[in-house]
Design a protein around this ligand. Structure first.
Ligand code: URP
Ligand code: ZN
Ligand code: ZN
Length: 463
């Protein structure tokens, strides 16, 4: 069946106009005013609503064995939550441990999503070791269409890689036209600070931030940038959390280093006082890099507004409160992560566009278009134009609601944004022309999501 979305106000990263959108065979085939309704067409009236391109979350963890446990969402629950919140594509981190081979890891992560996800997805290939077998396996994964890597300059002894491995990973990425996403913190300093705090009896979640201060993150950014400069690879800093790290990243960009910058919704919305909440409540707010002093939030919002920060992701890493209990008495054992896949778009719209300084086109750009461009999905995803996949969000700016674990679709016993108001939500979400959400309810199809394969960068750094 085809689909006609009538009378909406179409908003992309750079255009705004009223028109109807006709979708057939999974793509957008006509855009115009007063389009006729062919037989066997579902009509959606979008009067008084915006029509956005399906949003893209370029940094999620759905299947994640981490810190002695496993994340709670599956692709069934995670994709449902994503879609209800307006995200029609996500890019998951394949995160093999140091002991696992890349191909083995890739096949495992792929098997978790195949036949399960209701939305489209792709992967960043995590490189957690680089030995003489790694290069051939990574080349095979690139040839299959996974054209971004992920490295951790943190989590010493688990996902983290050393400098020799980082050099080889980036050199390979440069040769193959692969962009490398990096978690930037100085792993050794984190380990030393953690031991020193624990030795002083400072064991609660409120000591997570002091164990990874802004200087430690800024050093990680500078280190990554130095390696990018040396190898000529293209980089992308994930979940940048503070002013010091932003300064290091912008200094690198001003030296001509090709570097994308990502903020995540928890750092934009929450400060470190959440992790200081009593009775171990703060554990819900432990993620890395940590929630920061409040002044950093203003810096991030401003950089986002001016396009210095490219994208807004979630770093969705869903561990419930029972799992967080593993770190009672030792904050270094609290599984890191704040779930947000369902709430990113509504929070960014509410506190960025409706109540904040974010231009509505910058909102679409940061939450959809820029990620599509950086990661080789544009113009198939991230915009509304003829031939693009019919991933559309009919957004109701008059909806008013409150976020709560009681009504969420994420498979968790808490919501880090509990009680926050939202001024808008998707009323209809489509995945390649098929309706997946109506008025907050998931009506999509388990397993309909497709694995998105991507081209490498060309010599000029563009896809
Ligand atoms: O705390 C976080 N960010 N957990 C997920 C793993 C990562 O570092 O991205
Ligand atoms: Zn990370
Ligand atoms: Zn992450």
């Amino acid at each position: 069946m085809s689909l006609l979305i009538k009378n909406g106000e179409i908003i992309t990263g750079d255009t705004r106009y009223r028109a109807d959108i006709y979708c057939e065979d999974e793509t957008i085939s006509r855009i115009g005013t007063n389009l006729e309704v062919p037989p066997d067409t579902e009509v959606i009236d979008a009067s008084g609503k915006y029509v956005f391109p399906g949003f893209i979350d370029p940094h999620v963890h759905i299947y994640l064995p981490f810190m002695g446990t496993f994340s709670k969402d599956t692709h069934e629950t995670g994709s449902r939550a994503a879609l209800v919140g307006g995200t029609t594509t996500y890019i998951e981190m394949v995160a093999p441990s140091r002991g696992e081979d890349p191909l083995e890891g890739y096949e495992l992560w792929k098997s978790k999503a195949e036949g399960t996800s209701a939305c489209d997805y792709s992967f960043h290939m995590g490189v957690s070791r680089f030995d003489r077998n790694t290069e051939a396996q990574l080349k095979e994964i690139i040839a299959q269409g996974i054209t971004s890597f992920k490295v951790f300059l943190a989590y010493k002894g688990f996902f983290g890689i050393d400098d020799e491995e980082l050099f080889h990973t980036l050199s390979l990425a440069q040769r193959e036209g692969v962009i490398v996403a990096a978690h930037c913190e100085n792993a050794e300093l984190v380990a030393q600070l953690q031991q020193s705090l624990l030795a002083q009896g400072k064991t609660g979640p409120e000591f997570h931030e002091p164990s990874r201060p802004p200087t430690v993150e800024a050093d990680g950014v500078h280190h990554f940038a130095t390696f990018l400069e040396t190898t000529g690879a293209h980089g992308y800093i994930v979940h940048l959390s503070c002013e010091a790290a932003l300064e290091a990243a912008l200094a690198a960009k001003s030296r001509g280093i090709d570097l994308g910058i990502e903020a995540v919704i928890p750092h934009l919305m929450l400060d470190k006082s959440y992790a200081e909440r009593p009775n171990f409540e703060g554990a819900k707010y432990v993620m890395s890099p940590p929630l920061r002093e409040r002044k950093n939030q203003g810096v991030l919002w401003k950089a986002l507004q001016h396009g210095l920060i490219d994208t807004v992701a979630t770093d969705h890493a869903p561990f419930d409160f029972t799992q967080k209990e593993m770190g009672r008495g030792d904050f270094t054992k609290i599984p890191n992560g704040i779930p947000a896949i369902e709430d990113r778009v509504n929070l960014l719209y509410t506190y960025g566009v409706n109540r904040g300084p974010l231009d509505i086109h910058r909102f679409v750009d940061a939450a959809a278009t820029r990620a599509a461009k950086l990661f080789g999905l544009f113009p198939r995803k991230g915009t509304i134009q003829l031939g693009s996949d019919a991933d559309l969000v009919v957004y109701d700016p008059n909806y008013r609601g409150t976020l709560s674990a009681a009504s969420q679709h994420m498979n968790l016993d808490y919501n880090g944004f509990e009680g926050m108001e939202i001024d808008g939500r998707p009323s209809v979400v489509t995945v390649r022309g098929q309706v997946a959400v109506r008025d907050g309810a998931f009506v999509g199809e388990k397993g309909r999501g497709k694995l998105l394969l991507r081209e490498p960068l060309d010599g000029a750094g563009l896809r």
